[in-house]
Ligand binder design. Structure first.
Ligand SMILES: NC(=O)c1ccc[n+]([C@@H]2O[C@H](COP(=O)([O-])OP(=O)(O)OC[C@H]3O[C@@H](n4cnc5c(N)ncnc54)[C@H](O)[C@@H]3O)[C@@H](O)[C@H]2O)c1
Length: 313
């Protein structure tokens, strides 16, 4: 039997990753301290994959004591996905976010190296900061503020990427980096304030949908199934360079608000508030590398993904 280890297993993406590998016959070890995730996200896995899913409550930024002794057979991948991910959560847990993407990542790399496994680090489109061009290409170095409200997240992810690069050179390993763009779907943290999630909740409760600025800033949204497919293609490849993953069709925040109201048949109104600091005007991945080197092709349209997501809420 092959196995994988997932940090952030009780989170949105982490729980879907666990499920994907369990379905494909792997044993899965999940680690999480429930900082922004929840037991609800993994209860189903614990019930349905009793003998193949092992969950350990652990702050992965602290030393991994008993995990070191935990018997893991044939460990193929370590997915380091633990980290607060939304603006609201990483500002609330700013220091924790810096540690999990540095010390936590370092622990995960050491564990992967000890088991001769390949590690995949969840980086983010936020490493591009306020983009100077669009769509964002992996070769863009970023326009990032190192001393501000978003820097705990942006800069710790950038440090994480540098740590992977440096540690690969030092130890002759091939750990990889994925730059994930906005992803949505079932099991997102309901209090997260991430735009798709909060628009659906507000529309269902017939409350006002808050749009910041004039709503013309654009985003691209990827359905979780497409992302998981991309992560598994990358894990299975030999690549270790950062690769963008997401969906490259673009929609303005105002259009998204209108679409959600229509799809939930809501009577909510749209209200406008001032744009928060450092809110990027545009965020869209250039997926050429993922398409050509991985054969990645996001296939779930926004309206189909929203339909599936709304159905589970
Ligand atoms: N969702 C997105 O659109 C998106 C976009 C870009 C990058 N990412 C990255 O993907 C990863 C997962 O994001 P998500 O959307 O699933 O967020 P999430 O908040 O749902 O999941 C993160 C999980 O990590 C856990 N965690 C945090 N710190 C921990 C620690 N010290 N020890 C153990 N567990 C810890 C949390 O409890 C949570 O379960 C993150 O690294 C995030 O930066 C996500």
């Amino acid at each position: 039997v092959k196995s994988v280890l997932v940090t952030g297993a009780a989170g949105f993406i982490g729980s879907h990753l666990c499920e994907y590998y369990l379905r494909h016959g792997y044993q899965v070890v999940g680690l999480d301290n429930y900082l922004t995730g929840s037991l609800d996200n993994i209860e189903y896995l614990q019930q349905h994959y009793k003998s193949d899913f092992f969950f350990i409550e652990l702050d992965v930024s602290k030393p991994w004591p008993y995990i070191e002794n935990f018997h893991i057979q044939n460990l193929k991948y370590v997915f380091h996905f633990a980290s607060a991910a939304s603006v609201k959560n990483y500002q609330k847990y700013a220091l924790e976010t810096m540690w999990v993407n540095s010390t936590g990542l370092s622990n995960a790399i050491r564990f992967a190296d000890d088991h001769k496994a390949r590690l995949i680090f969840a980086s983010t489109s936020e490493v591009y900061g306020t983009p100077l061009s669009s769509p964002q290409k992996e070769s863009d170095w970023g326009n990032v503020n190192s001393f501000g409200a978003r820097s705990c997240y942006d800069e710790s992810k950038r440090f994480g990427e540098a740590l992977i690069y440096t540690s690969n050179k030092a130890h002759d390993t091939s750990h990889g980096v994925l730059r994930i763009f906005n992803t949505y779907g079932p099991r997102m943290n309901p209090d997260d304030d991430r735009v798709v999630n909060s628009f659906i909740s507000l529309a269902k409760a017939t409350q006002d949908l808050v749009v910041y600025g004039n709503g013309k800033q654009t985003r691209s949204f990827c359905f979780i199934d497409d992302l998981i497919n991309g992560i598994s293609l990358y894990a299975n490849s030999e690549l270790n360079q950062p690769v963008n993953l997401g969906n490259d069709s673009e929609i303005s925040i105002l259009e998204l608000a209108e679409l959600v109201i229509k799809m939930t048949e809501s009577h909510s109104k749209i209200v406008f508030k001032p744009l928060p600091k450092d809110d990027p005007p545009q965020r869209r991945p250039d997926l050429s590398i993922a398409r050509t080197l991985l054969g990645y092709a996001p296939s779930v349209s926004l309206s189909d993904g929203l339909k599936k997501f709304i159905g589970t809420k």
